[in-house]
Design a protein around this ligand. Structure first.
Ligand code: SF4
Length: 226
């Protein structure tokens, strides 16, 4: 009902103060709804488990929120769960996960000492890339996750995560190895471990990027582009 019609209707039924009624209705309709504020990762994970905000909820077997230490010095963020992750509910399992473990070790950590998550928490069917609207629907979870984990450095794994977190559509070759930031936290885009398994030559670049992350963590920032 439009405001003018409502004013007329109020007068017809004898309401003597239509402006006050309008003010109340308008306030109730347009006041921004408070955003959910998950206080812990467990609370957030429970919300994710029942989430149907995007179409990826339809075919998932399990949500994959992420796992690791909290707070963590490093948070790795991939694009989304694959088939094994969907089956187990854990991030980066399988061959790519084994290589990621090696990369983590090169930084001087074990897997349980860092945090590993994804941009979207449900598997895109057929392992396709997550779509823009799916990443947007899931972004509130990711951003709050990052806040709760409080990493000193974020590592974006692969083109999709790198583009999502840098807010660009540049090719991976232009993104990797260059410090930027996300939510005020230093961000290093790197090749995805699954890509490294197929491209032996890219491992050299990945090693350089890991060295840069290690230097940043130890306070020896050779690159101040962030
Ligand atoms: Fe919800 Fe994210 Fe899963 Fe979409 S991908 S259903 S937004 S948890």
């Amino acid at each position: 009902m439009r405001a003018r019609d409502l004013t007329r209707y109020c007068r017809d039924i004898g309401w003597t103060d239509p402006p006050a009624l309008l003010a109340r209705i308008t306030k109730a309709s347009y006041e921004p709804k408070p955003q959910p504020r998950w206080e812990t990762l467990d609370e957030l994970a429970r919300e994710v488990e029942s989430c149907t905000r995007c179409r990826l909820a339809e075919k998932r077997s399990n949500t994959v929120v992420g796992e690791g230490d909290v707070p963590a010095a490093v948070m790795f963020i991939g694009e989304g769960p694959g088939s094994e992750e969907d089956r187990t509910g854990r991030p980066f399992v399988g061959q790519a996960g084994i290589l990621l473990d090696g990369m983590i070790f090169a930084l001087g950590f074990e897997r349980r000492q860092v945090y590993i998550g994804n941009v979207v928490k449900c598997r895109p069917p057929g392992n396709r890339d997550p779509r823009e609207d799916e990443m947007a629907a899931c972004s509130e979870f990711l951003d709050r996750q990052i806040e709760l984990i409080g990493p000193r450095v974020i590592v974006a794994l692969g083109r999709v995560a790198a583009r999502r977190l840098t807010g660009t559509d540049k090719p991976m070759g232009a993104l990797r190895g260059r410090w930027t930031s996300y939510l005020g936290i230093p961000l290093m885009p790197m090749f995805h471990p699954a890509y490294l398994l197929r491209n032996e030559l890219a491992k050299r670049a990945a090693w350089d990027d890991l060295k840069s992350v290690r230097q940043r963590l130890s306070g020896v920032d050779s690159d101040s582009r962030a």
